[in-house]
Ligand binder design. Structure first.
Ligand SMILES: O=P(O)(O)OC[C@H]1O[C@H](OP(=O)(O)OP(=O)(O)O)[C@H](O)[C@@H]1O
Ligand SMILES: Nc1nc2[nH]cnc2c(=O)[nH]1
Length: 263
């Protein structure tokens, strides 16, 4: 199966406000933009504000030599922006928030491949641990879809569904979409449109990263791990032309490496 869904216009109005002007390197924030867009209907439980850790625009990240990085990538990275341990700690909390909100229902977790596979695996492990250690537990099944729209560090604006499970199996289900990063929002808006045609009972989206960028359509997931600066990030399954998925930390790719691995 190969569908090409070319998204030429954003499905939602842009809510980009040019950044928050935050000074510190990491801050915990509630999702103000989401709040502003939904404040006419605060009683709606879907309007719950997403909290996230903000990595500031002026954050230089951490020096590479302080972390274990594969030798073959040492020359290609500017810095470590989110160490693996911090990713895991934040993921553990996201798992708790998701179970709190979706618990009591059977959840179908839909992994968006390829970039989402590491976050998906870790998030599922944390939800399993909660299930094993609590009086309340939530049955969890998994599904996969493969979407692709990036070449080099640019969105092609054409979101291709390359493969995966039949979305029609999600009719009447409570679906949790698990994604690695939202940048323009086109991938997620395309998937949500496809999924809604299959009439799921409920859809929630968790993305490990959301990028602050003027290219954003304004789409915001229900759960967010980190909000990150407008830099091209790799590692923890995020790739540049398929390289760097085999890197544990989320790192800033150097301009030299963009040339070196360009297609
Ligand atoms: O918000 P957007 O601008 O649409 O970008 C987000 C998408 O980009 C990446 O996918 P990519 O096309 O690189 O495929 P991959 O997951 O196989 O790496 C990432 O995994 C998201 O799915
Ligand atoms: N690897 C990677 N994929 C993306 N897709 C959208 N933004 C990004 C990014 O910063 N890094």
């Amino acid at each position: 199966m190969e569908n090409c869904l070319c998204v030429s216009a954003p499905l939602l109005p842009s809510l980009w406000d040019g950044g928050t002007g935050c000074r510190g390197s990491i801050r915990l924030l509630a999702d103000r933009r989401r709040h502003e867009s939904t404040n006419t209907n605060l009683k709606d439980k879907h309007s719950r504000m997403a909290a996230y850790l903000e990595i500031a625009d002026d954050s230089k990240g951490h020096e590479l030599s302080l972390f274990c990085v594969p030798k073959h990538y040492e020359e290609d990275l500017d810095s470590v922006i989110i160490p693996n341990g911090l990713i895991k700690d934040r993921t553990e909390r996201l798992a708790r928030d998701i179970v709190r909100d979706m618990g009591g229902h059977h959840i179908v977790a839909l992994c968006v491949l390829k970039g989402g596979y590491k976050f998906f695996a870790d998030l599922m492990d944390y939800i399993k641990t909660l299930n094993q250690n609590s009086d309340k537990s939530v049955p969890l099944t998994v599904d996969f879809i493969r979407l692709k729209s990036y070449s080099n560090d640019q969105s092609t604006n054409c979101v291709k569904v390359i493969g995966g499970d039949e979305l029609s199996a999600l009719a009447g289900k409570n679906v949790l979409i698990v994604e690695d990063i939202v940048e323009t929002g086109k991938t997620m808006e395309t998937l949500l449109k496809l999924l809604n045609e299959c009439h799921p009972k409920m859809v929630k989206v968790v993305s490990l990263l959301v990028k602050r960028t003027p290219r954003s359509s304004g789409y915001r997931p229900d759960y967010i791990g980190f909000e990150v600066p407008d830099k091209f990030l790799v590692g923890y399954a995020l790739d540049y032309n398929e390289y760097f998925r085999d890197l544990s930390h989320i790192c800033i790719l150097s301009d030299k490496a963009k040339e070196k691995y360009k297609v």
